[in-house]
Design a protein around this ligand. Structure first.
Ligand SMILES: *Cc1c(COP(=O)(O)O)cnc(C)c1O
Length: 397
């Protein structure tokens, strides 16, 4: 018999009832160190006092009103994002995949309004992930996402992992935009080297097409800059965000330049919930913390600490681990044994990590994780590695 919760996830037998900072707690009191953070969502950890206060204060006043009316909390968050980024304008969504939907619509409308209604094709890359909606799966194009789901939304061209020559060769009269994650998350923490991102920006400029960055996972401080593309000194025309910006409250956004958003006039798009007072009050509080330069410097410093420790583990367990990838607190360990084995061994040590494609395990702790918790994480990962190595040796005997 089918479970009452639709069985689209193979769930681990973990039952968390409470969270405190970088820790998750089960009903029986078992404490788990959380280096998954709800997949890069709980940017300030669990139950951060400032977020709890902001949420409950707003909840006492007003949860929801329609976008038919002015929403001061939304205005406030949009103003801050515009102030802090390349963007001139922001549309709020409830998730990453909704940000992808709007992005695709925005790009198409842009060219339509400019008189090029057949410029609809968006170039995307192997290993990408843009969410689970029809546009999201069509954009990523991977068989495991699209198989069985019938005719795909047309208008995407899929290229192998970034190569400027193949991009240039793929651009034609129909090309509308390029979409790319500065660091692939689900794809296995695969960073796009600076020169690649710069090169893609230059290609987009040369051929007059739009550059879309998907910073749903790598954005909002995760890499030690407010947005990952800042490391490469380039700016996109459109950027998708979600995950970290809500700190655990469902919130996403599409940020755009005035030009890229020029087709999005009154009536062209909408959302019932998108940008409601409760979500934006929380998002605004998250942003105030994360956008602080000192906070971001600390993310980089802590990322360095964690990276160093992980490199030590790669050296110490060369039969298990291949290499460390990523930036800031968006880190991956490429495994030589199945990553699911490492994952299980980590669960046995009450340590939460997240698997990714390309046989990688991801470490995505809260951005305000303490140095002590990083040391504890490395200790637990070491113990998990010992257990995996023990099994390897047994198998070899
Ligand atoms: C998680 C993710 C999405 C989808 O976000 P949802 O909120 O799950 O819809 C899109 N793009 C990237 C890069 C992501 O990591």
């Amino acid at each position: 018999m089918i479970s009452s919760v639709m069985p689209t996830y193979a769930r681990a037998p973990l039952n968390f009832v409470k969270g405190e900072g970088s820790w998750l707690i089960e009903a029986n009191g078992q404490r788990f160190l959380d280096f998954g953070a709800g997949i890069a969502v709980n940017a300030l950890g669990h139950a951060h006092p400032a977020l709890v206060t902001r949420l409950t204060e707003q909840a006492q006043k007003l949860w929801h009103v329609s976008n038919l009316y002015n929403i001061p909390q939304q205005q406030d968050l949009a103003d801050k994002l515009v102030e802090l980024t390349f963007a001139d304008t922001v549309f709020f969504t409830n998730s990453g995949t909704e940000s992808c939907e709007l992005t695709v619509k925005m790009v198409r409308k842009y060219w339509y309004e400019k008189g090029f209604s057949d410029r609809v094709e968006i170039i995307a890359f192997e290993g990408a992930f843009h969410g689970r909606s029809s546009a999201g799966i069509a954009a990523a194009g991977a068989e495991k996402l699209v198989k069985g789901f019938g005719p795909m939304l047309p208008g995407f061209k899929h290229l192998d992992w970034v190569n400027h020559d193949t991009i240039e060769a793929a651009i034609d009269q129909k090309t509308a935009a390029v979409i790319v994650e500065p660091i692939q998350g689900e794809g296995g923490i695969r960073p796009l080297p600076d020169k690649y991102l710069k090169g893609i920006r230059a290609l987009c400029d040369r051929h007059d097409i739009l550059l879309i960055l998907d910073e749903v996972q790598c954005g909002v401080g995760r890499t030690g800059r407010l947005f990952a593309h800042e490391w490469s000194n380039i700016e996109p025309d459109i950027m998708m965000i979600a995950k970290g910006i809500g700190g655990g409250f469902p919130l996403g956004a599409v940020l755009a330049t005035e030009d890229a958003a020029s087709g999005m006039t009154a009536g062209s798009h909408g959302s019932t919930y998108g940008g409601n007072p409760l979500a934006c009050a929380v998002g605004s509080e998250v942003l105030d913390h994360v956008a602080d330069p000192e906070f971001l410097e600390n993310v980089s410093r802590k990322g360095g600490l964690l990276t160093q420790g992980l490199m030590g583990l790669v050296d110490g367990y060369s039969d298990l681990f291949d290499s460390v990838r990523g930036l800031g607190l968006m880190l991956g360990l490429k495994c030589k044994v199945p990553n699911t084995e490492v994952l299980r061994a980590c669960y046995d040590e009450n340590f939460i990590i997240v698997p990714a494609a390309d046989n990688v395990i991801r470490l995505l702790p809260p951005l305000n994780v303490s140095d002590d918790d990083i040391k504890e994480a490395l200790y637990r990962l070491d113990k998990a590695a010992q257990a995996c190595a023990g099994k390897l040796n047994e198998a070899a005997l």
